[in-house]
Design a protein around this ligand. Structure first.
Ligand code: IMP
Ligand code: MG
Length: 187
């Protein structure tokens, strides 16, 4: 395996925290709020943070009725460890310019806030018309950097979660529910 991925053949058991049906309902509510909040017919520029946002972004984009453009950005801060190293770097940039665009950053989870704080600064330099953040999950008890999240799916306790795009060591992303990893990675 490449990079910092843990080489693991054993799959730890998981417990469902948020069932797929609840996620579906909440994503539809968020999409309705987005449709209401962006009153004009200018396209919304959805930016998914790789890789964890890919499922949320796919579902959200299909629930929003207004025109959207979308792109992905890669930011790494985590590796396979539980807590952020505090070091953040851009691993894949956007393909195009966001100048003048209404940007909605789509993220799987806000934990320390380091990733989104960094990304907000990067995007602000590129002169978008507006920038907001939508995060499926929020762990407010772990916040280190302040982040203004306009749309939050669910606030969750300080548990390590996987599924619906979220991974541990690149596993579990395909689980349809958000689940708690029973043997959480150590810090
Ligand atoms: P932050 O920079 O500490 O807010 O970290 C955000 C990133 O850490 C997220 O985009 C996830 O990739 C990862 N992360 C934080 N908490 C979890 C978790 O419980 N499970 C899986 N990934 C997580
Ligand atoms: Mg992430």
């Amino acid at each position: 395996m490449k990079g910092s991925h843990v080489s693991t053949e054993t799959i730890s058991p998981v417990r469902v925290l948020i069932p797929a049906a609840d996620i579906r309902k909440r994503v539809a509510e968020i999409a309705a709020a987005i449709d209401r909040d962006y009153a004009t017919d200018r396209p919304l520029y959805l930016i998914g943070i790789l890789k964890g946002s890919f499922v949320f972004l796919a579902d959200l984009a299909r629930c929003v009725t207004r025109p959207v453009r979308l792109d992905f950005i890669g930011i790494s801060s985590y590796g396979s460890r539980r807590s952020s190293s505090g070091e953040v770097k851009l691993t894949k940039d956007l393909d195009g310019s966001v100048e003048g665009a209404d940007v909605l950053v789509v993220e799987d989870i806000v934990d320390s806030g380091i990733t989104l704080n960094y990304l907000s600064h990067v995007l602000a330099q590129r002169k978008p018309r507006s920038v907001r953040i939508a995060a499926l999950l929020d762990k407010p008890s772990r916040r280190v950097c302040p982040v203004d999240v306009a749309y939050v799916g669910f606030e969750i306790p300080d548990e390590f979660v996987v599924g619906y795009g979220l991974d541990f060591a690149e596993l579990y992303r395909n689980l349809p529910d958000v689940c708690i990893l029973d043997e959480p990675p150590s810090a």
